[in-house]
Design a protein around this ligand. Sequence first.
Ligand SMILES: NC(=O)C1=CN([C@@H]2O[C@H](COP(=O)(O)OP(=O)(O)OC[C@H]3O[C@@H](n4cnc5c(N)ncnc54)[C@H](O)[C@@H]3O)[C@@H](O)[C@H]2O)C=CC1
Ligand SMILES: O=C(CO)COP(=O)(O)O
Length: 333
Amino acid sequence: MTTTTAAVLGAGSWGTAFAKVLADAGADVTIWARREQVAAAIREYGTNPDYLPAVRLPERVTATSDAGKAIAGADLVVLAVPSQTLRGNLANWAAFLEPDATLVSLMKGIELGTTKRMSEVVVETAGVPADRVAVVSGPNLAAEIAAEQPAATVVACIDMARATVVQRAVTTSYFRPYTNEDVLGCELGGAVKNVIALAYGIATAMRLGDNTKATLITRGLAETARLGVALGADPLTFAGLAGLGDLVATCSSPLSRNRTFGEHLGRGETLEEAQAATRQTAEGVKSCLAIRDLARTHNVDMPITEQVEKVCHEGVDPRKALIALMSRETKAE
Ligand SMILES: NC(=O)C1=CN([C@@H]2O[C@H](COP(=O)(O)OP(=O)(O)OC[C@H]3O[C@@H](n4cnc5c(N)ncnc54)[C@H](O)[C@@H]3O)[C@@H](O)[C@H]2O)C=CC1
Ligand SMILES: O=C(CO)COP(=O)(O)O
């Protein structure tokens, strides 16, 4: 069997941990880091000092700050930058892609303005057919994966043969990928769970109990599935790893940036204060706007998302948001 050559574009926590997964599965991996300083540290010391300082990367992982060098010759091109920056970045990278390279999106966001999913942005910006784009999504907190704690995930692609190739390329003793054809459902599950995790973080900071939290998870999943079905996703996807699995992991974990961000808001901080206090990407903060717009366009009721957007972007007090949620008209489950 020939060795997979992979480029991981983005040296944040998930890009770095995913590079380790690929290398542990046998691939030769080049990480692209925006800052040469980070690329040099990975090359010289085998660690990413900014994001996963305690994790030793396998020898098969190298790094560069020259995206063209990383992409040229790569069979798998893994995209791991913040969602709202994908379009601009990929426009610069597309020219370096090999003719049959598979593009793998790790990103869990919806584009502001266009309300497009990341795979849609990839198809549009890189000019590749949708069957060359795969999505990896599931309960995959980067620090836990980097510590080799067992976890499963989903590799979604409309081309099952390609999904299987990606699945093989990322299977290790601690990382177990399942294939799925429902790219739309997997991407929506990944993006909306970040918004629900913001609500969960707010509830945590407000010292609300387990009944409240279970209600948020369950009704959060209900509104995710409602949007998904309206857009054509398979409802079963939301009961799987990329739906319920990721929602539970993200809401329950203090490692989650979205939940942590929500805790800042729940303590009464403004959006700016919460942003200043947290350094890493909390995708739900921006995506809640795009998801709300998507829901309104398709006449889908997403009450938790609506209130999270109001707390984040309209300065609504979380206590008022909670009252608004609880005083809605009662209905059948
Ligand atoms: N961290 C995690 O546990 C997981 C993250 N994800 C998703 O992976 C994606 C990437 O997230 P992380 O690696 O966690 O983010 P991060 O916050 O750890 O790192 C983001 C990386 O992107 C770089 N970056 C920031 N602005 C940029 C720009 N304009 N252009 C190019 N690069 C830029 C940063 O320097 C950094 O290297 C997100 O969509 C996130 O939702 C998915 C699963 C797990
Ligand atoms: O997507 C994740 C786990 O699957 C990571 O969630 P956060 O971005 O909230 O840290």
